[in-house]
Design a protein around this ligand. Structure first.
Ligand SMILES: O=C(O)CCC(=O)C(=O)O
Length: 339
């Protein structure tokens, strides 16, 4: 895969809050990721992590949390013939807890949506109009194994040449499609970035505690990598102290790391996507109405309430503006006795 060659000594050192954001945007474009330290203060990290810790403990006690474990392809082949990607990459042995629907679980989780640093960087990659696609927290516990490499825009088929039919139709895409491109031609057309991931580190991320592993420059590969464990390509751990944020172009090959340490790794995963795409979490259904009424226009816009060229409209022909979710739709009407 010559177009993605890199060497560890040439990779830039992480940035910190206050550094020039033009450089952060350049790195996202060139390397496919950027790490920025100190975006959250220690007090902010403490407040968010405390709330997450309480919530996660309560969800475990009530049996409503999602507890999974990434599993390797070798195990997958033996155990899960025919299963879907999520089933292949996660078993229920309980090394990783996912906490979904975060916006309902404490206003401590809200500021990560509208953080000016991440918003500006996200805007540079997917444009002024974008929305939240998914928001969840993960707690990676000691013993959690390495996950297979993947990217997060797997559902978009690569653009075909004029003379070709698509190899896989859009409605038939699935995560196991790994071979859409035929060669390493640097002029081959690939999809642009439609999705940006921001991972907020609520504990230090270290190689030992399973820091996200990334393959620099792989966002230009245009293929979904094989999900084998050990990884068939070299990767680096995205390390940073608590309060840092890792931002990556969702085409970047990445995975959760192996947790060989002794303390849980806490993180928030805030994913943004272009307005053309369906979101993973349906925030209109998932956010409690009384909380939604307290949200700013910026937040509502990120949750999908902004009409984009007529998309996302309610029962009228509005083409722009914020949809009023409390407005009652007009129903069946008839004029009686009128001309
Ligand atoms: O938690 C991480 O470090 C990355 C997780 C990930 O890539 C996934 O769950 O798809």
């Amino acid at each position: 895969m010559s177009i993605t060659s890199w060497s560890p000594q040439d990779l830039p050192k992480p940035m910190k809050k206050g550094d020039d954001l033009a450089e952060a945007k350049r790195r996202l474009s060139e390397y496919g990721y950027v790490i920025i330290h100190d975006v959250l203060s220690p007090d902010e990290v403490d407040a968010i992590r405390t709330r997450l810790h309480e919530q996660a403990a309560a969800e475990r006690a009530l049996g409503i949390g999602t507890i999974t474990t990434p599993i390797s392809t070798e195990q997958n082949k033996k155990l899960l013939e025919g299963a879907n990607w999520a089933e292949k990459h996660h078993s229920s042995a309980g090394k990783e807890q996912w906490i979904a629907g975060l916006l309902n679980k404490g206003s401590e989780f809200w500021p990560m949506l509208t953080n000016p640093i991440t918003r500006e960087i996200v805007r540079s990659a997917i444009g002024d109009h974008h929305h939240l696609a998914s928001y969840l927290a993960t707690i990676l516990n000691p013993g959690c194994p390495l996950m297979g490499l993947h990217h997060d825009q797997w559902y978009l088929p690569n653009p075909p040449r004029r003379s070709e039919n698509l190899k896989v139709l859009p409605g038939n895409m699935d995560r196991n499609v790994t071979d859409q491109l035929t060669n390493d031609d640097p002029d081959e057309r690939i999809n642009p970035c439609y999705l940006v991931q921001t991972i907020w580190m609520l504990t230090d991320f270290t190689e030992e505690n399973g820091a996200t592993r990334i393959v620099p420059k792989s966002h230009r590969a245009g293929v979904n990598p094989p999900g084998d464990v050990p990884h068939p390509y070299p990767s680096i751990p995205a390390e940073g102290p608590a309060g840092s944020v890792l931002i990556y172009d969702a085409r970047l090959w990445h995975s959760g790391g192996e947790h060989r340490g002794s303390e849980a790794r806490y993180a928030l995963h805030c994913t943004f996507s272009a307005p053309q795409l369906r979101t993973m979490e349906n925030f209109m259904a998932s956010v409690q109405p009384q909380l939604r009424r307290q949200m700013s226009e910026e937040m509502l816009s990120l949750l999908g309430y902004r009409i984009w060229h007529g998309y996302g409209r309610g029962g009228t022909m509005e083409v722009r503006g914020i949809l009023d979710p409390d407005e009652r739709p007009v129903g069946r009407l008839e004029l009686t006795g009128a001309d």
